[in-house]
Design a protein around this ligand. Structure first.
Ligand SMILES: C[S@@+](CC[C@H](N)C(=O)[O-])C[C@H]1O[C@@H](n2cnc3c(N)ncnc32)[C@H](O)[C@@H]1O
Ligand SMILES: *[C@@H]1O[C@H](CO)[C@@H](O)[C@H](O)[C@H]1NC(C)=O
Ligand SMILES: *[C@@H]1O[C@H](CO)[C@@H](O)[C@H](O)[C@H]1NC(C)=O
Length: 306
């Protein structure tokens, strides 16, 4: 994210061109994780909602709420010690000053981005209104999403993040959104090993986080594990630009720097593809380009249902 700021002048050159990229597999309904499908790559331009999901969004949600979905074979619930071990493995503590600086930059530096994405987020998170009592947010950071879904007294939110310096910002955001302090828990953990039991939450939220986890597929497996059958996973992620574009070239060049200044954030991940292949029973994914994200302008966002 800091790269967005550092390179804003350079990147505004490329952000002027609306570049979308998506190479995605069709949704599969079997959830066997061991047999990867052969992905059918479709250019973004030809992606139509009917390809992504045979039903309307409202229907997707209703189907999720009522379907008798087979409960996928559950992985063992990680013990707290397992989740701490994974935390230390995939996100060992950074120097204090680095974690504090990154948290402060996220807190202050995302205003233009958040303003641009506000419309998408209000639409996306309206899907949770009245439906989700227990929500987990992975990589909650400073908590910019809480105001969209956490303003009810009967909502309980768990926010996990490996950066402890995010806690005070996230807690303040929870209070500001109208959530009673006792209904928000900040948990020091990573997405790859969630310290929650199977089928513990109604919804999982994650924005700009699969760019930063060490292992996208493991994190998605964990998302599915902690969701109740029919539970919803709401996501907004920046992704790789299409191969062969100028933007993709820039992303390739800047990727190592981005990882250094933005705590492991990758610019060239095809996250939409991973979400499609994660074995959710339904996925509705859209893509867009956000000027204020500069080199990270290509985005996917949407909703998946366990
Ligand atoms: C770009 S920030 C996004 C924060 C927030 N979700 C937002 O939309 O502004 C990425 C966040 O992911 C966290 N993170 C990094 N590695 C992670 C992991 N393995 N699991 C979960 N969160 C992680 C970072 O500490 C940081 O808060
Ligand atoms: C998918 O989501 C988009 C944007 O939220 C919505 O307009 C569309 O109707 C949904 N499509 C399906 C097939 O659910
Ligand atoms: C939460 O916020 C939304 C949008 O601002 C509003 O429509 C809704 O009534 C609020 N809910 C509660 C419980 O305050």
């Amino acid at each position: 994210m800091a790269t967005m700021i550092l390179h804003s002048s350079l990147l505004s050159l490329t952000s002027a061109a609306k570049i979308t990229s998506l190479s995605i597999a069709v949704v599969r309904s079997d959830s066997s994780p061991s047999r990867p499908s052969s992905p059918v790559a479709v250019p973004y331009q030809s992606l139509t909602p009917s390809l992504l999901c045979s039903c309307g969004r409202r229907h997707l949600i209703q189907a999720c709420a009522t379907a008798l979905l087979p409960i996928s074979p559950s992985h063992a619930t990680p013990l707290l010690s397992d989740s701490t071990a994974m935390l230390n493995r995939v996100h060992p503590p950074r120097p204090d000053w680095y974690e504090e600086l990154y948290a402060a930059v996220l807190d202050k530096g995302m205003e233009a981005y958040e303003a641009e994405i506000a419309g998408y987020k209000s639409q996306l998170f309206s899907n949770l209104r009245g439906k989700a009592k227990k929500v987990l947010e992975i990589g909650i950071g400073t908590g910019p999403n809480l105001k969209y879904y956490a303003n009810g007294t009967d909502i309980e939110v768990f926010g996990i993040d490996p950066n402890m310096k995010m806690e005070k910002y996230a807690k303040a955001a929870a209070v500001a959104s109208g959530l009673p302090p006792t209904n928000f828990k900040f948990i020091h953990a990573v997405g790859e090993a969630l310290p929650l039991s199977d089928a513990a939450v109604d919804a999982v939220v994650g924005t700009l986080v699969l760019c930063s986890v060490k292992d996208v597929d493991t994190a998605l497996k964990e998302v599915k594990r902690v969701l109740k059958p029919g539970g919803l996973y709401l996501f907004v992620e920046h992704v790789a630009a299409r191969d062969g574009t100028v933007l993709r070239f820039l992303q390739n060049v800047l990727d190592p720097l981005q990882q250094t200044v933005s705590d492991g954030c990758h610019l060239t991940r095809e996250t939409g593809k991973h979400i499609f292949e994660a074995g959710f029973s339904g996925v509705n994914i859209s893509s867009t380009s956000l000027r204020n994200a500069f080199v990270a302008s290509p985005h996917v966002y949407g909703i998946a249902c366990k």
